[in-house]
Design a protein around this ligand. Structure first.
Ligand code: AMP
Length: 485
């Protein structure tokens, strides 16, 4: 079933990391390393496809990169000088192997393997049309829509067919495609999701983040630009921009949470931006306290910034077990709650009798904050003040970051007072959207026209949301029918 509700089990959205190598013998081994460095972007499943000059080979598996792709037999079965890989993450619902990427298809032009980071906001509409005209889908992934659009395009060459397909999709996509002729990497016209390009000897590398270049010892060359297609054939590299130019809107949440702090994104050090957000947070929302304590690991850089700006000592008041995945990774509310308990423990000797400022990067459902505040109280804290290094998350993301439906977002349900009460803190404050822009070296949001996609905070979605609008229309019609009935 292909649901019209993006939050159903057969959901479309994914969080992902992608990595591709062109022109290096044993490319799959490099891809495995690159995926390792991108593991934080998706822990549910991983896959690698390689091309040996004659044939494509693919291995896809549920679980982490380590454990699946650190086995010599697996890598040996992926021969060739070109390979592309993907890590995937979805919090609940169908996690079948058929949705694990790279997706592969035999097109008229030959094999085509694709890895996608992002989410298309009109995939359901396109899929319905494609199914009506005879396309048979193998997965419930939005990425497969691109493959069918390429397959059914009236253009002649693969590149023209690919461009034709991209012109029909809306939303966020960073893609790495592998064909017998070479590799194509591209970013959607707004550049919502990241994609960088690197060099290792004569080989070309594409990756979601620079940390994945670091891990294989590759040199960062530049970002793939919004709306750009980079085509690699042997040692020849070509760039085309087939879309009408647009003001880019890269995802601001990559800086808040999603990217690794040691990545450079859009020319900014993610770590430095996070520290600057913490400093803005301290300027906007000061508090009299004894200690600044990060919720590890996501709150650490912002807490350092907050401490340096406020002069309140930074201490590790919560110790995190590194053997549990990210809070969100375990599907299901019950397990998610348990995950928080498993993950963090209070450093009791430090906390007792102290007024503390807790720093985290974001509040989504409020699960983490509630548990951590309680944990601080149980450890004897005199006061617990929560400071959040992003504005309230009030809107769902339809571009590939897994925020839940609005009904589950704490800030969409409650005002500041309600949220403070819910998490049981003595006070709660968020950095403003202007503070966030300032931390990125920008003027106020309104003055720069939104340079980023910040829809999760503002509700200002930079692309049409065809699937949402159609779902809403269907829901509204159903409501109307009910009322009439
Ligand atoms: P919650 O407990 O639902 O309020 O989620 C907030 C916590 O989850 C924070 O500690 C964040 O670091 C983390 N977080 C925020 N957004 C995401 C996301 N899209 N995926 C995974 N974890 C997230």
């Amino acid at each position: 079933m292909f649901s019209t509700n993006p939050f159903d089990d057969d959901k479309l959205r994914e969080e992902c990391g992608i990595f591709g190598v062109s022109g290096a013998d044993g490319a799959a081994a490099l891809v495995a390393l690159g995926l390792h460095a991108l593991q934080h972007r998706g822990q549910e499943a991983a896959g690698i496809s390689s091309f040996d000059g004659v044939q494509f080979h693919t291995h896809r598996a549920m679980g982490h990169v380590a454990g699946n792709f650190d086995r010599p037999d697996v890598i040996e079965a992926l021969p060739g000088a070109a390979a592309v890989g993907h890590v995937r993450y979805s919090t609940s619902g169908e996690t079948a192997l058929r949705n694990v990427q790279p997706l592969y298809a035999e097109l008229a032009s030959g094999g085509f393997a694709v890895a996608h980071n992002g989410n298309l906001s009109n995939a359901l509409r396109l899929r319905k049309d494609l199914v009506r005209t005879g396309s048979i889908f193998q997965s419930t992934s939005d990425t497969e829509v691109i493959i069918h659009l390429v397959a059914t395009s009236n253009y002649r060459t693969l590149l023209d067919r690919f461009i034709d397909a991209l012109k029909q999709v809306e939303g966020a996509y960073s893609l790495i495609c592998m064909t017998p002729e070479g590799m194509i990497a591209c970013r959607d016209p707004l550049g919502i999701r990241p994609l960088v390009m690197g060099k290792l000897g004569d080989s070309v590398i594409f990756a979601s983040e620079t940390v994945a270049l670091d891990v294989v010892g590759a040199e960062y060359v530049r970002d793939v630009e919004p709306g750009e297609l980079v085509i690699v054939k042997g040692t020849e590299l070509r760039s085309i921009r087939p879309f009408t130019p647009n003001a880019p809107r890269p995802c601001i949440f990559e800086y808040v949470y999603f990217s690794r702090p040691d990545s450079i994104s859009g020319g900014n050090s993610v770590y430095s931006v996070r520290k600057a957000i913490g400093a803005e947070l301290a300027i906007e929302n000061p508090v009299d306290a004894d200690l600044v304590i990060p919720v590890p690991d996501s709150g650490v850089p912002a807490a350092i910034g907050y401490a340096q700006q406020s002069g309140i000592p930074f201490e590790l008041g919560i110790i995190r077990s590194h053997y549990v995945g990210r809070t969100f990774i375990q599907p299901g509310d019950k397990v998610r709650h348990l995950g928080v308990k498993l993950k963090h423990n209070a450093n009791r000797a430090l906390i007792e009798g102290k007024r503390i400022v807790l720093i985290d990067d974001s509040i989504v459902r409020g699960t983490t904050s509630l548990k951590i505040v309680q944990m601080m109280r149980d450890a004897g804290a005199a006061e617990v003040h929560m400071r959040i290094a992003s504005p309230p998350t009030r809107h769902s993301c339809f571009y590939g970051v897994d925020t839940p439906e609005r009904a589950k977002l704490l800030a969409a349900k409650l005002d500041l007072g309600g949220m403070t009460e819910y998490i049981q803190a003595d006070s709660l404050a968020f950095v403003s959207i202007d503070g966030l822009y300032k931390a990125l070296g920008e003027a106020e949001r309104a003055a720069v026209r939104p340079k980023y996609c910040d829809a999760c905070f503002t509700g200002d979605y930079p692309t049409p949301l065809t699937d949402q609008d159609e779902t809403r229309t269907v829901d509204q019609l159903a409501m109307l029918e009910e009322r009439v009935g």
